[in-house]
Design a protein around this ligand. Sequence first.
Ligand code: NDP
Length: 315
Amino acid sequence: MEKEIEKVETLIIGSGPAGYSAAIYAARADMKPVVIQGLQPGGQLTTTTDVDNYPGYKDGITGPEMMEDFKAQAERFGTDTRWGMVTKVDLSERPFKVEVDEKDTILAETVIIATGASAKWLGIEDEKRLNGYGVSACATCDGFFYKGKEVVVVGAGDTAAEEATYLAKMCTKVTILVRRDEMRASKAMQHRVFNTPNLEVLFNHETKSINGEPGAVGVESVTAINNKTNEETIIPASGFFVAIGHKPNSDLFKGQLEMDDAGYLIVEPGTSKTEIPGVFAAGDIADHVYRQAVTSAGTGCMAALDAERFLADKK
Ligand code: NDP
């Protein structure tokens, strides 16, 4: 006998602050949400240490604990959270067809996309080899381990500037490798960079290699190359931070939903509505500017309210 296809009212893809906030609102509105958690349950915050800027946690909280709280709150109202990866979606007609782990199909009346974004990497071999052993893409998560040591940051945008100035507060020296002869970061951020005494910017420099062995507490040094003169410089460093932007996790929706050149989903301004009625987007997948837990949670709430209204109109 053929297996009956499961039907759900509200399917939420992703389990960061946006996904769980949408789930809290949807569950309380009796929309019986199902959350498919994705590859990294809890999202990017599970790789963070302390979160001090989420309102309500007056003494701060760790990222993983905060995401456990989000999940528990969503489940208190009946959210069905599941392990699994969404492997295919068909948004061409309603109910929308969503495939999980390449085997199970779910038909959903509404879909809330909260798949977030992931840090970009340079793509060099050493980066993979030493990931977690001195190589990181999150200064606020891992900077603490390099207190009193020297580090290198790669990138030239606001993220790199922010991470480098953050690291400069705890590290003895921070070197930023900028591949062009100028930074893309805002003037205000550049001002902070250039006014931080223990922070040096090397323009026209790229990473040739990261030197060290996996298993050690940090890396040993970084070999940078001047892309104008080909001159190599060995920079002593324990930490190597990649801060070259993020990639939205939107590959699943290519050709089905409108996105910008970088792959961020486009929503109707001031709402969470995508171009397909019944499909909503919340959190970093549709926001390359703010990217904060609190703004993601806010848009998750908006998505649940938009979905609730959509379902009410259909009834
Ligand atoms: P951006 O895309 O703005 O910048 C990425 C930077 O990384 C660019 O300068 C780019 O260099 C560099 N880069 C990319 N690939 C490589 C590579 N392979 N090797 C070396 N360098 C590389 O990303 P951000 O994450 O910095 O910022 C994203 C958005 O978030 C922006 O709109 C930013 O303003 C915003 N933001 C705002 C903050 C704030 O206001 N507090 C904080 C953080 C982000 P190149 O310039 O040569 O292309």
